[in-house]
Ligand binder design. Sequence first.
Ligand code: URP
Ligand code: ZN
Ligand code: ZN
Length: 487
Amino acid sequence: MDDFDLVIRGGLVVNANGTARCDVGVRGGRITALAEQLTGGGREIDATGRLVLPGGIDSHCHIDQRSSTGGRNAESFESGTRSAACGGTTTIICFAAQEKGERLAPVVEDYHRRARQSSIDYSFHLIISDPSDVVINEEVPRLIDEGHRSLKLFMTYPRNRVNDAEILRILDVAKRKQALVCVHAENHDAIMYMTAKLLEAGRDSTRYHAWCKPPLVEREACHRIIMLAELLDVPIQVFHVSCEQAAEEVRRAQRRGLRVFSETCPQYFVLTERDLDRDQREGAKFVCSPAPRTEGDQEALWDHLRLGTIGNVTSDHAPYNIDELEGKFWAGDNAPFSQIANGVPGLETRMPITFSEGVAKGRIDLETFVAVTSTNAARLFGLYPRKGVIAVGADADICIWDPDRQVTITQDILHHDTDYTPYEGLEVTGWPAVTVSRGKVVWNEGDVSDEPGWGRFLARGPYDYIRPRGVLPTPFDPVTLTSRERE
Ligand code: URP
Ligand code: ZN
Ligand code: ZN
């Protein structure tokens, strides 16, 4: 019998903390050996001239999810996870989304049922849109115990948004049960006011999507969620930081020692508000929230990635078809910008764009690339060291990366079920050659060999990385109802 099911030979292994030229031996879905030379693999892959990376972890993607802004999500778990794997990603954390008036538990059960078609491993953030007593006191604690250790809240979108009082209830249960709270931070009332005024002035084309939600709208909400989290001493992750002003809010909080983490997405590296300034049908391809910003913001995001302010690059894959009645134009062909479904697809292009714009253009090094596309998400969401690292004992989730391959991104080379890509024509350097999910090759030099149902749910238990820091602004802890002062 072979010593290994799979041996990957001769590549440069890159982890977040360094590189090593060695072979990787895989057995039973795990990495079992790293050595200068390994023999005895049932299957062998020559990785000479390539990078051997921990498989990507995309910790923010919407798959087969009911939309926040109207429309039908274009991706099933089968197509979404296939597309992710073809882009070098081996783990996704997507959403189970409660809407107002619903109980949470049946919603979560329904997402689990559909996610069984996944071909890579997956986990869920729970979107809490209606934090009623039964949801907060009974359902959320039980669901966290069952391994859903992150909650997501929206500060905008009428169907999902929670107000400050509701946010505090969500932060409270998160602290009690040791879960991470992830936040879509934009000031809802300011967006609604600007939208109404723009429409009143007859400005309804997609370019005004950026005008209804300028950076300060994101900055204020960032500041507010950070303050609310500080009041209770709860760690948070700010989702899709798109601009310098929001990144600076996060930086300020981190300088004060707060456990505030943040992510950005490839759309904020390569798209700008000018992309929205097209006819409605074309402009709709770039309508996402926060809106694409400026070149100056793009460079600021790279600065903050290098500084560590921003720790993750996720896709925020939110796919709506252009040519579908329930897609981007669910409200009709002549819908104003405010009724076009928000979001862009990007599961498959997340790692290539980040590598190309980051490593190939000299903005970040290889280790930082691995950190922001895999390792940091594993640590932040309680999956490390099972995921996010090439090490003995870790799951054999591996991406063999061709750093020199030049690719022009076009819709026809992608494997998602969405009918367009916002990156049509973008030239990138670097592309995944082979993707391995728990020892199984699912993408190999252009051939897809995924298996719907192969992916497993990753239940996440308590972990140290997101513990509160033990500092409160008053002697009174509002979560435990105890005081450090004598009465
Ligand atoms: O435009 C976006 N990002 N749509 C998806 C929902 C969300 O997270 O905002
Ligand atoms: Zn969002
Ligand atoms: Zn999102």
